[in-house]
Design a protein around this ligand. Structure first.
Ligand code: B12
Length: 440
């Protein structure tokens, strides 16, 4: 059979003001360029589990509504596997409809389908809920017999020791400025707003280090000196695994970026190993260090308890030569107009190398969504295309929607200005040189 693995790529914002102003801010443009071209690791993983008897192809589709899309629709395929994030769910459904009209079997999966299976089911011949790996062999077997079921769901957490080798070889690697590898799945914490892999399965798991290195070496066969992004929610939550991973990576001579939590700052030996292993940047959800994060992490209020040590922790990490990308969420229920200024002061004091500003986003299927829905605070239920992390889709408590939009834009204008971006870069280099001098 001919099977297409179709990824909806690119990044999105709906709000026209943010689109024109926000996306043109110097620091923002830089970051967008870096991330916009990542391939879908979920689909490459499933391709890696597909028997060789099938002819398979991976295709990135940046715009489902491009004028000549029908003429350029990749294929023909007997079946297509389409992935979904919430912001592109409707694009995925439109793409599915086009293929179904041609008689191609459509299988839908991914985060949005897992979060809204009843909505997704009518748009596909089959949907996969939760992690893809446990269900994919069943889907393929049923596809071969022309007996697809409407829904597949294997809720047992997938053991990453059994992870297949993703089919990186299906990519034209020259199109990408980084490739992804997953080293861990899930997160030990449960933030109310989180719509990442803990929603596929709540159990935190790590991938055996030799498997990670094997994936990296496979990539290096295609791209000798790659830049890697670990597609994890929290790479270093398990410190023992983190140490072993960095020890193994040190010999590989690659540079990488990852997402983790602030607890890495408490382990100097790990930070030193991360640096030696090629870590360029860690992205850490600080959410709102200036105004408070009480109650946001639902298991142990963990984030609120770390807050007082944030500045010190950022410096400790950056002093090791690893830049920190601090992520902040605007529009939390505690936020007032004064919060934007408080956050701006914190950002200046923090000397963070990189900053990500987003607005609180109630993704469907999250505890946050349920709470806001109960309170009648979701402005346009079902407007999934606005789940971009930048568009405001709920009614804040102490702010109007316009105040929040303006607060985001004003803060972004300051944070991503050329002057402040350069200032942050200089501060990082200055502190690093000073630390190296002290160590020499
Ligand atoms: C890499 C990445 C991207 C890449 C995506 C490339 C691509 N086409 O996949 C880029 C940079 C383009 C991107 C863009 C966006 N992203 Co993004 N991204 C990530 C990131 C960092 C890793 C995702 C990943 O690779 N996971 C590992 C793989 C193995 O997991 P997976 O994709 O879930 O796949 C598994 C299952 O879902 C399933 N599966 C997946 N697809 C399919 C399909 C079929 C048919 C089947 C059977 C199964 C199946 O099987 C896989 C194995 O178990 C996550 C954050 C994180 N830490 O996870 C955010 C994340 C996924 N992104 C997010 C968001 C919001 C966006 C944007 C909307 C941002 C924006 N404003 O533009 C856009 C949306 C773009 C889009 N194409 O839809 C949110 C999504 C939340 C949600 N529920 O939708 C996340 C969770 C981050 C967050 N802060 O919350 N992103």
């Amino acid at each position: 059979m001919k099977i297409g693995f179709l990824a909806l790529s690119g990044i999105r914002v709906v709000d026209p003001v943010l689109k024109t102003t926000g996306l043109n801010l110097p620091g923002f443009v830089e970051r967008s360029k870096v991330i916009a071209s990542l391939p879908s690791l979920g689909l490459l993983t499933l391709a890696g589990m597909t028997p060789d008897t099938h002819e398979i192809r991976y295709v990135d589709i940046p715009d489902v509504d491009a004028p000549d899309i029908l003429a350029r629709l990749p294929g023909p395929f007997d079946a297509v596997a389409i992935s979904s994030f919430t912001a592109m769910a409707k694009d995925a459904y439109r793409l599915a409809a086009r293929y179904r009209a041609l008689g191609t079997k459509v299988i839908l999966g991914g985060l949005h389908v897992a979060l809204c299976p009843d909505e997704a089911e009518p748009h596909a011949d089959a949907i996969v809920v939760g992690e893809g790996e446990p269900s994919w062999p069943l889907v393929i077997a049923d596809l071969e017999r022309n007996q697809l079921k409407k829904r597949y769901h294997t809720p047992v957490p997938f053991n990453l020791a059994d992870a297949p080798m993703p089919r990186f070889d299906l990519l034209d690697v020259s199109k990408y400025n980084r490739l992804t590898i997953q080293t861990a799945r899930g997160c030990p914490w449960n933030c109310e707003f989180c719509a990442a892999s803990i929603r596929l399965n709540p159990k935190y798991r790590t991938k055996p280090v030799p498997k990670i290195i094997a994936e990296l070496r496979r990539i290096k066969e295609l791209w000798p000196v790659p830049f890697i992004e670990f597609a994890d929610d929290n790479t270093f939550a398990d410190k023992r695994h983190g140490h072993a991973l960095c020890e193994a990576l040190a010999a590989e001579r690659v540079r990488w970026f990852t997402e983790t939590d602030i607890s890495v700052a408490q382990d100097d030996a790990l930070l030193a190993k991360m640096r030696r292993a090629g870590c360029a940047q860690v992205l850490i959800g600080l959410e709102d260090s200036a105004n408070g994060t009480d109650g946001m992490e639902l298991k142990a209020n963990w984030k609120a308890r770390q807050r007082s040590s944030y500045i010190d922790s950022i410096r400790r990490i950056q002093d090791h030569g690893i830049t920190v990308n601090g992520c902040f969420v605007l529009g939390l229920d505690t936020h007032t107009e004064a919060s934007f200024d408080r956050l701006w002061r914190f950002i200046q004091e923090s000397e963070l190398y990189e900053i990500q500003l987003t607005v609180m986003t109630p993704f469907p299927g999250t505890p946050l969504y349920e709470r806001l829905e109960r309170g009648g605070r979701i402005i346009e239920p079902g407007a999934w295309e606005k789940c971009t992390l930048f568009d405001v889709i709920y009614q804040p408590v102490h702010l109007s929607v316009d105040q929040l939009r303006k607060g985001l834009l004003d803060l972004a204008t300051k944070v991503y200005s050329k002057e402040f971006t350069e200032f942050r870069r200089r501060q990082f280099v200055r502190r690093k040189l000073a630390t190296d001098d002290r160590a020499a």
